[in-house]
Design a protein. Structure first.
Length: 281
């Protein structure tokens, strides 16, 4: 594109000051103020000419500029009207960037992403919406085939956690159902304006074909069990799972939820579904 990525710390302060704006805590606004960091994110996203990228929480355009530099087509989504005005100025001469003022939690994604059948999400997500937003996009927006999201480090670890770890929970199972996830980098607090009190990390999430399991039944079991994660399954799931179904699923009724892999959860859900189907006949 020929345009340098120039959002240094000074540039961020100038953009805010010239517009009479300040970072909004209610929107979790922490702007990246390091060109090397945003170029690293764009590189890790593995996007380029011919690719379609959607960026959520584009802010002042630090990451937007780095993504545009790859040659990809970029839709930059931002909810803050004041910031949107600045963002439009920042990317005004970039033909491969479209700025959309929208709330990502309520956006019409089918309309927004109608221009292609495969998208990559690259985003610095506000900490307060990161987990539900990632889960909702996995559930409801299949054209987003991959994600590279920057989130609070502990959130990143939960999204990509493996069975048996203390970070493993219901959200880990949800992500594993839809995708393969891994923490690929950490990001220090020092690169943000304002500086947050936590470290961030980048998670890569690659969508894959989900297991052929009753999704509703599966996640009912998962949510219920992890809601009482210190209890053995035979106690936390007493109202949902008959004792014999543990044997049918080759799952120990004495296990705790964090001990079960996605495959274990699917077998247990299948056993419960089989019993329900038999009762209905």
């Amino acid at each position: 594109m020929g345009r340098p990525v120039t959002h240094s710390r000074t540039r961020i302060h100038d953009l805010l000051g010239d517009s009479g704006l300040a970072p909004r805590r209610d929107l979790g606004q922490n702007f990246v103020a390091d060109p090397n960091t945003v170029r690293r994110i764009a590189h890790l996203a593995s996007v380029g000419p011919g690719d379609h990228v959607v960026e959520i929480g584009a802010g002042l355009g630090s990451l937007t500029l780095a993504l545009a530099e790859t040659g990809a087509e970029v839709i930059a989504v931002e909810v803050d009207r004041g910031i949107v005005a600045v963002l439009r100025t920042v990317v005004a001469d970039l033909p491969n960037v479209t700025v959309v003022e929208a709330d990502a939690t309520t956006a019409d994604w089918s309309a927004l992403l109608s221009g292609a059948d495969s998208w990559t999400l690259v985003a610095n997500l506000p900490y307060n919406v990161a987990t539900p937003l990632v889960c909702d996009l996995l559930d409801d927006v299949p054209v987003i085939r991959s994600m590279l999201v920057m989130v609070q480090r502990e959130v990143a670890e939960r999204l990509a956690a493996s069975p048996g770890s203390k970070q493993y929970g219901a959200v880990s199972v949800k992500v594993a159902y839809w995708a393969k996830a891994a923490v690929v980098a950490t990001v220090p607090a020092t690169v943000f304006v304002p500086r947050p009190n936590v470290e961030s990390a980048l998670v890569r999430i690659e969508r894959r074909e989900p297991p052929a399991t009753d999704r509703s039944g599966l996640f009912t079991l998962v949510r219920t069990a992890f809601g009482q994660r210190r209890k053995m399954l035979r106690r936390s799931l007493a109202e949902l799972v008959d004792p014999g179904e543990y044997g049918a699923a080759a799952v120990s009724a004495a296990a705790r939820p964090e001990e079960l892999s996605l495959a274990d959860w699917c077998r247990l859900a299948d056993a419960v579904s089989a019993r329900a189907a038999g009762a209905a006949r």
